[in-house]
Design a protein around this ligand. Sequence first.
Ligand SMILES: [Zn+2]
Length: 326
Amino acid sequence: MTAPAAFADKPLIETEAVPLCPVCGGESQHPFASGFDYESLTCRNEWHFVSCDRCSHVWLNPRPAISTLPVIYPPTYYAYNYQQQISSIAVKGKQMLDAAKMKSILKKLDRPPTSFLDIGCGDGRFLRAMELQGLKRENLYGLELDDHVIAPLAADGFKAYCRRVEDCTEIADNSIDLATMFHVIEHVDDPAAVVRKVARWLKPGGILAIETPNVQSLDARTFKPSFWGGYHIPRHWNLFRPLTLQKLLQDNGLDVVDTRYQTGHSFWMYSYQHRFNFGESPKPRLAKWFNPLGSLPVLIGFTAFDKLRAAVGMRTSAMLMLGKKP
Ligand SMILES: [Zn+2]
C-alpha cells in the first residue's frame, strides 16, 4: 500500500521487530491488518498488525522504536489535554459513564478499599473521585508519563509518580486494594510484565480492572482491513479479545471475576472518519461529522447505540475485565 498523499511530507520513523507473541510467546503469526497513522499523521510508515497462530493475540509488528515516542506522542496528543478539546456536555456525559463504571468495579471487592492505584491517571480525576469515597490522599497512587500532570498531583499530596509500571519502585508488594488501567495496556511494550508487577502490588483479594479495545466487536470486524479506530496506529501495540485478555490475567497471577462491555463510541467515530478521509472516494466534509472531539450529535448517537448493544449482551469494542488476586 502506498501512503496517501497527506503523508508525503511526514518522516519515516525507526522501527523494531517483535518476533514473539507478547501473550503466549508463540513464534508463528499471520497478517491481520495494516494502515497508517490516520488519526495524527505523525509519520509516513505503513504499519502491520499480526495475529498469533497459537492464541490469536494481535500485535503491531514491527512497532515504533522507543526513541521515536516523542514523534508518535506529540505535545498535542489528545490524551494529555482531552478536557480542553471536547465540549462541556461531552465532559459531563463522560463523568457520568466513569462514575457508573467505578461503582460497578467497587461492587466486586470483598470490602471497601483503603488504597487505590490508577495507572495512566491523567489529571487525576479517578484519584479525586476515590478521595470523595473516603480514601486518604496518602493511599491514592497515580502513575502517568507526563510530568506536567504529575507535578501538581504530587504537590497536592497524592502519591503520584512520573513512571512506567516496569520502572516504579515506590509501591510496596501486597499494598493495593484496587488498581485500574483504563486504555493503557494496549500501549505498553510488555503487557505480561506489567500485569505480573501490578499483581504483586495487589493485596490478596485485591482487583486489577483493565479496560482495552476488543478486536472481537462489530466495529472492529466492519473496519478490520485498515480503518478501525481501535487500532490507533501506531500507538496501540497490543490488541486483545476476551479470550486473550483472560489468558494474560490468568497467566500472570489473577483470577478473572468479571467481564463487561463499555461504549466504544470513539472507535466507531474514528473508523468512519478514517474511511471518509482516506477511503477509495474520500469525503472530507462528511469526515468532519465523525470527529469524536467535536461532533456531539454523532457522539451521543454512537454512545446510545453501544449502551443498548451492551445492555442486550453484545460485545462492544471497549471491554472491561476484572482480575482478582487469590
Ligand atoms: Zn500467542
